[in-house]
Design a protein around this ligand. Structure first.
Ligand SMILES: Cc1cc2nc3c(=O)[nH]c(=O)nc-3n(C[C@H](O)[C@H](O)[C@H](O)COP(=O)(O)OP(=O)(O)OC[C@H]3O[C@@H](n4cnc5c(N)ncnc54)[C@H](O)[C@@H]3O)c2cc1C
Length: 352
């Protein structure tokens, strides 16, 4: 969003608690899962538009930054519950012959769908976004959390951290699962923990897995038990748990073992790979699990959070719509279903 606001002519300061794109965005699988049956009706148009924007979004950011975001468009092979159908018209059923040709290593057969989806490496994308914003002139202050939005004449006028205050004509809260911790407006996000595992080929040392091992799996694979995301350098990610565990980001060996086993059950050949890494991240959930996009009850103070399981997918459209909204342009889609105000008056009692 910083980059998009800059392109619209705004001077941007990013106040970041740690390092940019190091939390949920670094933990994500990076599926651009716009065909998922679970997408809520009101979010469908944004999801479809965002998926459509992805190739150009990545191409531009890679060009601006020199970073590689590993956008893959091999598609997804998915199994859903009996009562579920994909949320995109171009999905199609796969018969056994076609499935064996496309992905010979899969054990699951009956009932497969092919979904014309993409995937991206969220860490590469995060580096690209950060570098593009820096090269475009955005300033970053990292290492301490914003604690409060400052006000002047009843409008947002900047933020303070424990070390300093920064003034600004408007403030956008993009603090993910932590968005609700910044005073004085309560933005009701909650952390939803997700754990993931990364596998690498046995004969590849971590530092050189860019050495391109032949991929065992070429498509993203989603079963009700696990999703499998191949990267172009031979790594394979298995994900992910969905846990209401507060702000606990510890990796649980039992959960990792379960994911690993579910991956092997779906594609036994994955047992030839070894676990290289495992991590947990906190998705920003909201009370209705829809994003929170728009102006809060404090004029000039905006929220862009609550993207829950689809924040990577929704990144381009969020940046685009929020920039339109903030700069006073008509937005391409109605943002009212996502307004922070839908949760009632969100100003904390007792604060000005
Ligand atoms: C395991 C897992 C798998 C996922 N897989 C996918 C997927 O395949 N596809 C998909 O679309 N989405 C996926 N997601 C969801 C996606 O990662 C999130 O929706 C998205 O990354 C949220 O982005 P964000 O920028 O709002 O939050 P974050 O990436 O968490 O960024 C919030 C930032 O705010 C900073 N911050 C927090 N508090 C403060 C403060 N007080 N002051 C200053 N800075 C602060 C943090 O340090 C962080 O950098 C997944 C998530 C997880 C955990």
């Amino acid at each position: 969003m910083a980059r998009q606001l800059q392109i619209a002519g705004l001077k941007v300061l990013v106040v970041e608690k740690h390092e940019p794109a190091s939390e949920a965005s670094a933990a994500a699988g990076g599926m651009i899962a716009h065909c998922d049956p679970h997408v809520s009706q009101s979010l469908k148009p944004l999801i479809a538009a965002s998926a459509e924007m992805y190739p150009e979004f990545v191409r531009r950011l890679e060009g601006e930054s020199g970073e590689f975001a590993d956008l893959c468009d091999a598609g997804t092979i998915a199994w859903f519950d009996d009562n579920e159908t994909p949320g995109c018209a171009t999905a199609r059923r796969l018969d056994d012959t076609e499935l064996s040709r496309m992905e010979p290593m899969l054990r699951l057969r009956e009932g497969a769908w092919f979904l014309p989806e993409r995937s991206v490496d969220p860490r590469g994308l995060g580096r690209a976004l950060t570098k593009a914003a820096k090269r475009g002139g955005a300033d970053f202050v990292t290492g301490s959390p914003a604690t409060e939005v400052l006000t002047a004449d009843g409008c947002a006028a900047g933020v303070s951290t424990s070390h300093a205050t920064y003034s600004g004509g408007l403030v956008v809260n993009c603090a993910g699962a932590w968005a609700g911790q910044i005073h004085p407006i309560e933005i009701p996000t909650r952390p939803v923990k997700g754990q993931m595992v990364c596998l690498v080929p046995q004969n590849v040392v971590p530092q050189s897995h860019v050495a391109h091992a032949a991929p065992l799996i070429e498509h993203v694979v989603r079963t009700p038990a696990v999703y499998i995301i191949p990267r172009s350098d031979g790594r394979v990610l298995l994900g992910a748990t969905i846990e209401e565990a507060g702000f606990d980001k510890r990796v649980d060996p039992e959960a990792i073992q379960k994911l690993y086993q579910a991956g092997i059950d779906a594609a036994p050949a994955l047992s030839s790979m070894r676990i290289h890494d495992a991590w947990a991240g906190l998705r920003p959930g909201s009370p209705d699990n829809l994003p929170i996009l728009g102006e809060t009850s404090l004029p000039g103070y905006y929220a862009a959070t609550g993207h829950y399981r689809d924040g990577i997918l929704l990144a381009p459209i969020t940046a685009h719509l929020m920039t339109q909204f903030i700069t006073g342009c008509k937005t391409d889609f109605d943002l009212r279903p996502f307004s922070p105000l839908r949760f009632g008056d969100n100003e904390e009692s007792g604060t000005g």
